[in-house]
Design a protein around this ligand. Structure first.
Ligand code: FES
Length: 187
């Protein structure tokens, strides 16, 4: 015959047991509340899906001292880690940017991609303008169209982080824009 259980072992009304169950429930519930925002943050970081322009990224290109003080533009490659569903591609070039130091603490950045059809523009020998090798569009040092260039707009200026520039670091937000149209439209 089974012996009756002692009240210490199994009574559901035991205050210690109730306290233990209460703590356990609080712990589990608390874990769920914390896990939701962390999981959402990771999903945003790890998955390129759902990002309108996956190539829009903030990147450090140079220190201020790397740029010629006389205002001559200098070309920098933008390198980023990319991945598709199966493969991770470390440090793959995704574009390039001309940086120009306009004054002691002012830097302008242009996407080197020609707005006509996307060829990469070159800096002229004298450093005074940009030339596109594909259909001969020319841009002045401020990125504006020169003469009868076929490009529908000037070079696309990119955002430079002013706060980080004060610390001597040149960070830009890299974006590609739609070619062949007058407006500057992110792709
Ligand atoms: S791609 Fe530059 S002028 Fe056509």
């Amino acid at each position: 015959m089974n012996e009756p259980l002692s009240s210490d072992e199994e009574s559901p009304n035991d205050p210690e047991r109730r306290q233990f169950l209460s703590k356990a429930v609080s712990f589990v519930f608390g874990g769920v509340v914390v896990a939701v925002p962390v999981g959402a943050g990771l999903a945003t970081l790890l998955s390129p899906l759902g990002i309108k322009n996956p190539e829009k990224l903030k990147v450090r290109l140079a220190s201020l001292d790397d740029l010629p003080a006389d205002g001559t533009p200098k070309l920098f490659q933008v390198v980023a880690e990319r991945k598709d569903a199966w493969t991770k591609y470390p440090n793959k070039p995704i574009g390039s940017v001309f940086l120009r130091r306009k004054s002691e603490n002012e830097v302008v950045a242009f996407n080197s991609s020609c707005p006509h059809a996307g060829c990469s523009v070159d800096l002229s020998k004298n450093g005074g303008e940009f030339n596109c090798p594909c259909h001969a569009s020319t841009f002045d040092i401020e990125g504006g169209i020169v003469g009868k260039s076929v490009s529908p707009r000037g070079l696309d200026e990119l955002e430079v982080d002013k706060e980080l520039l004060k610390q001597g670091q040149v960070w830009i937000t890299f974006v590609n824009f739609k070619a062949g149209v007058t407006e500057k439209i992110e792709v």
